[in-house]
Each structure stands twice: as structure tokens, then as C-alpha cells.
Design a protein around this ligand. Structure first.
Ligand code: 5AD
Ligand code: SF4
Length: 475
């Protein structure tokens, strides 16, 4: 079979979208001068950092069109939901919000309601929205986000519902605008999609196959960010360890890290997510050698029982995972590990679950994101008749959380009296004098500081330990 090679959306197609941006900018300018007030948009993002990054792109397009962002839906001219379908509760929330918008639309027929993201990649969801939520104006998916200016223009001109969802794409759109939430820390998507098909997961069906951005485009983006004052980047992909496999020229994620490590002005590099089966020795060495790459790794384990891991199609055993953890800790002393764990996968017995508790105790994660298994239609695990009851899932979940909390606390306790390098992010939410930042290991540290420290790396002596954050003093 010949290798699939990722291509880019043509420059002509991108230029076309900029034309629609211009048309909408003119239209909005007229609205602003007629009404004497700005045109506003409100965007709500569900799910992971990839979606956050996609919303930053939508914000970029909208600000070029002359919209300003508003936190209030009621005063907005355009409302967007960027959705997630990894678990059912995220979907239910979206339907709740959509229902509540019906009244707003009745009061303001000019209001445009758009819905996009992973949920829209499921045909039955689009059908449901068409039937039940007829006040929605625009529906689009993950593969044609860059076409938003065109879709919005069509909806505004035609006053009809516009639905455009693509099954898949082998292309990547570069050079569209972006407005980031944070100037100091930025998300940089390095690849899209996933080829792994873990049996519980909907992502490969809604985000398509793995597609890597070119190293040159990524580096250019990072250099630009550094020039704008960004200090920390987090490289994003569903499975960053596969970076480059779809590109010609033998690119690897380890190579990408080494390249980005040379960008002046960037102080810290993080990345997520790594699949344990693909984590190469080269990557471990790159993490060890590159001084900007932080001592933190997100390495989802999902379960501790080898039988369940096999049913999940994760392609590693409990022992292999623990060996990998050992190897990482040996090469990168002091590294903080975080993980994802699913409780109550179909067929999970008490014995299987005790293996999860055991792997958590042995790997000693700094932090774990724990999820109740959620049945996703279309995935192999959803067809398994042996579903675990909600009661049992919740009871196991609580036990897992209690264990992880005590481990997180013990690991943090060891930091008492130690010095840490902290990138200062600014004032903490609840205080006028307490500043907040993170260590290289991604731990939150609060301390008394002053405004000019924001964006700087400072040394802090840790003097108080809390389960989720640390307190300290400037040295
Ligand atoms: N149910 C519960 N959790 C899930 N995840 C993915 N699919 C499901 C599901 N069906 C979790 C995995 C993954 C994280 C992003 O979401 O732990 O690593
Ligand atoms: Fe889902 Fe597995 Fe791909 Fe992660 S690696 S996005 S869990 S299929």
C-alpha cells in the first residue's frame, strides 16, 4: 500500500476565505455605523485543548471580520458552540444550551447560531439538530473549520440554514488568522487525527486519520509566537508520537522537539498526548537533551489489567507500561507523569479494577484525569453486552480518586523546602497580591509578587503543600 501523504489546502482556497472575511467586515462595518454599537460574538468550547485551539482560530477569523468577543450570550449577534463527543455528558450539555437559545432567537431573529466540532461529525447528531433545534443557522465539522467565513457569509446572505460537514480530509489549512486566549502560553497543533482506534474512543471517527503539519510551518508559527512575547508552547496532537509518519523526509516528533528547542525567546516546551505504544527511545533522549522541554509527560494508561488493555486495543501490557515508566524516570530524573484512566470499561471485573489501582500505586502519577466509561455509538466497545452498571463504576471511581489523591499529596509533600523555577502567569484569581505560575513539572505555585514578574522565570522556595497547588516565597 502506498503511503498517504498529507497535503495543504491550496493558497487559492485560503485566499477565497479571506475574500469572505472582507465581505463580512464591510457588512459589519455598516451594521456598526447603523446601530452605533459593536457587533459581538460569543463562543463556548467543550472538550480538549485541540478544540480550544480551533476556537482560537474561529476567534481570529471573527476578529478580522470586525466582531468583538462577548462573555454574554444575550448581547451577542453570533453564538458558536464548538462541541466535543468523547463522553456523553459533554453532548448532553450542548443540547441543554441549544434548547435555551430558542427564546433568544425568538427575541432577536437577526441572531446567528452556529455549531461545530466533533459532535457534528456524527450524522445522527446533525439529523437530530435539524429536527429538534431548528433555530440553529450553521452546522459544520472539524474538517472544514477554515471555511467558516464562507459558511457564515452564505447564512447571512441566504437567511437559510447552512449545513456543511465533511467525512474526512487529507489536507491541512495553513495561514488562517488566529486570536489566542493567552499571550504567554500558546497551544500549537502539530498534527490532527488519530489512527489508533482504541475500542472505546470516538475520536478516530470524528477527527479522521493522522495528518502532520510541516516542520517548517510549525517552526514559523513558534518563531512568530516568540517574537510576540510567548514563553511557553504546548504542542498538540491526539498522538504526537506519530508526528511525521505521513510526511516525506523521515520527520519524527523527537526531531521536531530538537528543532523547536533552538527557537530564541521560547523558554518552555510541553506536548500532549503521547501513546505509550509509540513512545520511542529517541523521544526520551530528546526530552533529556533539550533544556526547554519540560520534565512533564502526559502518558495515558487507561487501565491496569492487561486483559482490559487488550480489549481496549491499546497494544501494550501492564508490565510494558510500567517498564516504560521506569525507563523514562531513569533518563529524566524528577519527571512528573500525568495520565488518563477509564473506570468501568465493558467487562471490567473487580479483579481487573484492582490491577488499575495497582498500576496507579506502582507508576506513582503526579496527577490522573479519571473518567467513567461512556458508551459511544459506533465504537466496538459500545456493542459489548457486558456493560458495567453506573453504581459499580461510581464506586470504583471514588476508590481510584482517593488513592490518586493520596499519591499526588505524597509526591507534593516531597517538594517542601525545595526550590522551583516558576514561569509567572500573573495575579491569582482570588487575590490582589498573590501571583501564580507553574513549575517545569506543571505544578501550580502561588506566591507574593509584583506585576513586573509576569512572564518571567523566577525561583521560589516552596513552604506550604496543598494537594493541587504549592505555596512559596520568592528567592
Ligand atoms: N469513555 C470515557 N472516557 C473516554 N476517553 C476517551 N473515550 C472515552 C469514553 N468512551 C478518555 C480517555 C482519553 C481521554 C481524552 O478521554 O481516557 O485518554
Ligand atoms: Fe482515542 Fe486512542 Fe486515538 Fe487517544 S489514541 S484519540 S484514546 S483512539
Amino acid at each position: 500500500m502506498s503511503k498517504r501523504v498529507t497535503t495543504q489546502v491550496s493558497a487559492g482556497e485560503i485566499a477565497q476565505q479571506y475574500k469572505y472575511i472582507e465581505i463580512l467586515r464591510d457588512y459589519n462595518q455598516k451594521r456598526v455605523s447603523d446601530a452605533g454599537k459593536p457587533v459581538k460574538y460569543n463562543i463556548e468550547t467543550f472538550g480538549c485543548q485541540m478544540n480550544e485551539n480551533d476556537s482560537e482560530r474561529l476567534s481570529g477569523m471573527l476578529s478580522e471580520m470586525g466582531y468583538s468577543e462577548s462573555a454574554k450570550r444575550a448581547e451577542s449577534d453570533l453564538i458558536i458552540f464548538n462541541t466535543c463527543c468523547v463522553r456523553e455528558n459533554a453532548e448532553q450539555k450542548v443540547y441543554g444550551h441549544l434548547g435555551a437559545l430558542k427564546k433568544l432567537k425568538e427575541n432577536n431573529p437577526e441572531l446567528v447560531i452556529a455549531i461545530c466540532g466533533c459532535m457534528m461529525q456524527q450524522p445522527e447528531v446533525v439529523e437530530h439538530i435539524k429536527k429538534v433545534y431548528r433555530h440553529v443557522d450553521i452546522v459544520f465539522g472539524t474538517h472544514n473549520l477554515y471555511k467558516f467565513p464562507e459558511l457564515l457569509n452564505t447564512a447571512v446572505e441566504s437567511r437559510q440554514t447552512v449545513i456543511d460537514v465533511w467525512d474526512s480530509t487529507g489536507s491541512i489549512a495553513e495561514n488562517m488568522p488566529i486570536t489566542r486566549k493567552d499571550n504567554l502560553k500558546a497551544w500549537v497543533t502539530v498534527m490532527y487525527g488519530c489512527n489508533n482506534f482504541c475500542s472505546y474512543c470516538i475520536v478516530p471517527y470524528v477527527r479522521g486519520r493522522e495528518r502532520s503539519r510541516s516542520m517548517e510551518d510549525i517552526k514559523n508559527e513558534v518563531v512568530r509566537l516568540a517574537m510576540e512575547g510567548c514563553k511557553e508552547i504546548t504542542l498538540l496532537g491526539q498522538n504526537v508520537n506519530s508526528y511525521g509518519k505521513d510526511l516525506e523526509g523521515g520527520y519524527t516528533f523527537a526531531g521536531l522537539l530538537r528543532e523547536l528547542n533552538t527557537v530564541d525567546g521560547i523558554e518552555r516546551i510541553r506536548f500532549m498526548t503521547s501513546h505509550p505504544k509509540d513512545l520511542s527511545d529517541e523521544l526520551i533522549y530528546a526530552m533529556r537533551d533539550c533544556e526547554k522541554v519540560c520534565e512533564h509527560l502526559h502518558l495515558p494508561v487507561q487501565a491496569g489489567s492487561t486483559r482490559i488493555l487488550d480489549e481496549m486495543n491499546r497494544r501494550y501490557t501492564k508490565e510494558q507500561y510500567l517498564e516504560l515508566v521506569e525507563k523514562i524516570k531513569t533518563h529524566i530524573p524528577g519527571i512528573a507523569l500525568s495520565t488518563d484512566i477509564i473506570v468501568g470499561f465493558p467487562g471490567e471485573t473487580e479483579e481487573d479494577f484492582s490491577e488499575t489501582l495497582d498500576i496507579v500505586a506502582k507508576a506513582r502519577f503526579d496527577m490522573a484525569y479519571t473518567f467513567l466509561y461512556s458508551k459511544r455509538t459506533g465504537t466496538p466497545a459500545a456493542k459489548n453486552p457486558d456493560q458495567v452498571s453506573e453504581e459499580v463504576k461510581k464506586e470504583r471511581f471514588d476508590r481510584l480518586l482517593a488513592l490518586q489523591n493520596s499519591i499526588s499529596r505524597e509526591i507534593n509533600d516531597e517538594l517542601l523546602g525545595k526550590e522551583a523555577e516558576v514561569l509567572v502567569e500573573g495575579l491569582s484569581k482570588s487575590s490582589k497580591t498573590t501571583y501564580t505560575g507553574r513549575t517545569r513539572e506543571n505544578k501550580i505555585v502561588n506566591f507574593k509578587g509584583s506585576p513586573e514578574l509576569t512572564g518571567k522565570l523566577v525561583k521560589i522556595k516552596i513552604d506550604t503543600i496543598q494537594t493541587w497547588s504549592l505555596l512559596g516565597k520568592l528567592i
